[in-house]
Design a protein. Sequence first.
Length: 359
Amino acid sequence: MTRTKHDYNAPVLALSSAFLFGASTPIAKLLLGITDPLLLAGLLYLGSGAGLALVATGRRSLGLRRSEAPLRRRDLPWLGAIVLFGGILGPALLMCGLTLTPASRGALLLNIEGLATMTIAWVVFRENVDRRIFLGAMAILAGAVLLSWPEAARAGPQLSWGSVLIVLACVSWGIDNNLTRKLSAADPLQIAMIKGLVAGAVNLALALAGGAPAPGLRTVAAAAAVGFFGYGVSLVFFVLGLRHLGAARTGAYFSTAPFIGAALALPLFGETPTLALIGAALLMGIGVYLHVAEAHDHEHLHEPLEHEHRHVHDIHHQHEHTSDAPAGEPHSHGHRHPRLLHKHPHYPDLHHRHEHEHA
């Protein structure tokens, strides 16, 4: 038995999420020169939510069939926690930390997000990790650290309150990434839209209440465009990655974002490649290869399960349909999985979050 087509696309989705977010970073740096940091964070999130709302409205206007499962009332506590940790606390802590910390040291500390995501996934949520995946994750993380270490080293090893706040921001995003996995069966566009609108409105209100000057229309338009692609579309891809890969692997792929941003900044700012950048590219390339070439295959047991998500009738979805079930595939409806014992290659996706003897 082999993985489905959707499984093979999962690493591409996770890397695309990292690419969009990483590409947005150097552009956001340009906007920081003319915009209050917390205000910019609000505009980026608000732009992502508003852009995705337009996409959702356009989809309904064109009569396009919705194949994703909608958020339900039982999902609201998880969604509220995601907005709080990832959309409000994370950006607020980061902006406050950056005001007290040199940018070089902040760049190094931001790499803790990937480590926090992987650690929480492995320790708290018991996602499976073998030696190959661990080495791949460490190679990606080492590349991210190497990328910012030369500048950070000149800043000295001092620990400041600014550094503490940035670390707390990274931990908040690590919590956010793992909690988002709980909702990864639902419509990723709806999740990202709500998160962007709520978090963006809160951050914007906090910035204006703190005396930040109102931005011009050009700044708003630029921030909205960057936010839509770098935060909105990126988050949609990230949620889909979580659905098929789990939090640890998706977080590892997303850790390539600092390298992507630095590589794109070279032509944008006229910088020349450094040995650190080349070394980071090699380490991250090795890490991504170790993950993409993963072949996790063993006999495993599926306990009976009832849930709702977008699916096709593959080996895990051989259920009966009622008269009101949506036609065509893929589609979404509540369905029950019977007890099943089988063996095939798999990731820790929605249907493979079982225990392992070596975990």
